[in-house]
Design a protein around this ligand. Sequence first.
Ligand code: BGC
Length: 733
Amino acid sequence: MKNPIYSASFITAGKKWVPVSPYFKKNVALRGEVRRAMLHISSLGVFEAKINGVRVGEDYMTPGWTSYYKRLQYFTYDVTDMLQGRCEIVVGVGNGWYSSRGGFIHTKDGMYGEFPALIAALEIEYKNGEAETVVTDESWLVARSECLFSGIYDGEIYDATVVPVYENNAEILDFDKSVLIPLEGECVREAERVAVKEIIITPKGETVLDFGQEITGTVEFKLTARGGETVRLLHGEVLDSEGNFYNANYRTARSEIVYTARAGEQSYKAIYTFFGFRYVKLLNWCCEVKREDFVGIVLHSDMRRTGYFSSGHAKLNQLYSNVIWGQRDNFLDVPTDCPQRDERLGWTGDAEVFARTASINYDTEKFYTKWLRDVMAEQFENGAIPRVVPDVLRDEKNQCSAAWGDAACVIPWELYLAYGNKRLLREHIPLMKKWVGYQYSDGAERYLWLGGKHFGDWLGLDAPVGSYKGSTDPDLIASAYFYLSTTLLIKALDVLEMKSERYKRMAERIRKAFQKRFIKRGRLTSNTQTAHVVTIHFGLVDDKPELKERLGRRLVELIEANGDRLQTGFVGTPYLLDTLTEIGRADKAYTLLLQEKFPSWLFSVNMGATTIWEHWDSVNERGEMWSTDMNSFNHYAYGSVASWLYGTVLGIKPTSPAYATFELSPIPNRALGHARCCIETRSGTVRSAWAYGDGEIRYTFEVPEGTRAHLKLTDGTDRLLDGGKYTFITPID
Ligand code: BGC
């Protein structure tokens, strides 16, 4: 039977109150004792529902962000215990992603519509066997709420002195109900409460709260007021070099709470938006500022944590913590690039490079599955993938970049590797095929992807002055990714026992064409670290071991010529350490991992980072900020390094889906002293640890029952391990 929500109507308060968030109210006269009551609810905008004054459910930013014109989730709550003899439903709806401005800089209009709307159905079964369904329609009343404005980028304006008056009836909004789908993703929940670490009075005399950690969410505050005073809270990620409040890097996002108090004691937290912040500047605070009156509320998609890492190297542990926070802060219903400035968009490239790390840290299956369905819904006819999903940029020329669009093949494959779900993989095949088909048909050459409009090795440090794009030839990157996606498609088709011959022939031809075009006299035509990384790591010279070795040596030379430091951007960085390991130079990978001089991962740690920065030099050695136009302190892309911690430092690598079989090939390093990690896989918990001792390294492993591990230690030990716990000791000089 179809869910009763399909018989409800979308209701609104119309345009007249924009930008005030409306309340919708319905009093249901109960006909008897209730056996069961279910509320099915969704909105254009984000809703908070209350029954008899009590909040329904624990979810935030509902119904989440999907490609609203094509897919809109509804939530179902069992509200039986909430009816208690009477039933007054009040639902507030804020602009959320639907009618907030968004989708980048300078946009003024709502992303999908001008004002929010609600749709709901309350199914009631009475103990006497009768049943009724109450649906949203014109009989619902509307009132202006205390929330005078809400916006994803701009925050909330809230007047607690407002008394909502229900004088009007709701209006029906004609919006296609067939887009409604039951909840697919992970719900956004309150994950943690963070206390204020310090109240800072800055050199400029500003009062700033420091939460000690960059978080995504909101601040709940308490205050006692005479009534009518307006306080303001501004959010920021860092202080400037003088220690003053700074948020010029939020660009046009106001990220502000403006709160007008009523008389007496009260508390407030924004519910229709979220902020990315570590610092909060208070303006016009009407009473004494006390630490205990503020708490940071961490919001993110409620995924299960599955990966853990620690070592004897404090800075590395901080880097790992920054990766985890980077994920928590950017997995708020969709994988965003950043949670603070006027973007917060589902950039496909960022999602692609972080997917492996993300799926070890947390169980991401539901989260990515929902998002991939939006990727499928937004894929253009010709197979191109929009740069952001949901596609609010709506770029008619279907601009689409290599490495970004490749999320279409990389993420389905990573999900399959991590969780082994064949049904899902099958669901993703059309997406993967269409994407590979697009790469094949775009540009003049069939087996190379030439001339597209790409982001290149985004933010690579070898970028020409004034450009964001590293100097690696974008055609080389695009053609390498074309090969990668084709090989992933082949793997997927083979697993599903579907025909793959055509793609096998295609991959062979791409490889040949790639070598012909981009390798001249044994050298890559693009002499950059990133060019070497993608060529080696994607397998483009696997058929020529000598050439591979030579390119590997060249990669090491390039790193050494740069003072043992990287130069890579979004494309090269995620695979840099893996590539070095693959060519037998894990020692160099460690050098880069533990490098503290700029540019390096630990440079940001030394500069006090609590999340992963967008630029290697978001703040440079002189303490100066990268320009304000693109400088996020919370971009997870470079956090993709964590997969190397799990996969090489501790050596856990799946060799079949869901870790039914896996490798245990740790490569210890004395600088860490000891290291351990555990991954709660679908096949059980895998543990790997090692510690340097007196003249020995002691390894301990746990292999889940029913799985098998291939142990390979650096001293040549090579064994198969069945379920159980193991200790190995190898002597060292
Ligand atoms: C975003 C990135 C994104 C890039 C693509 C930026 O503005 O923040 O993370 O991938 O644009 O060009």
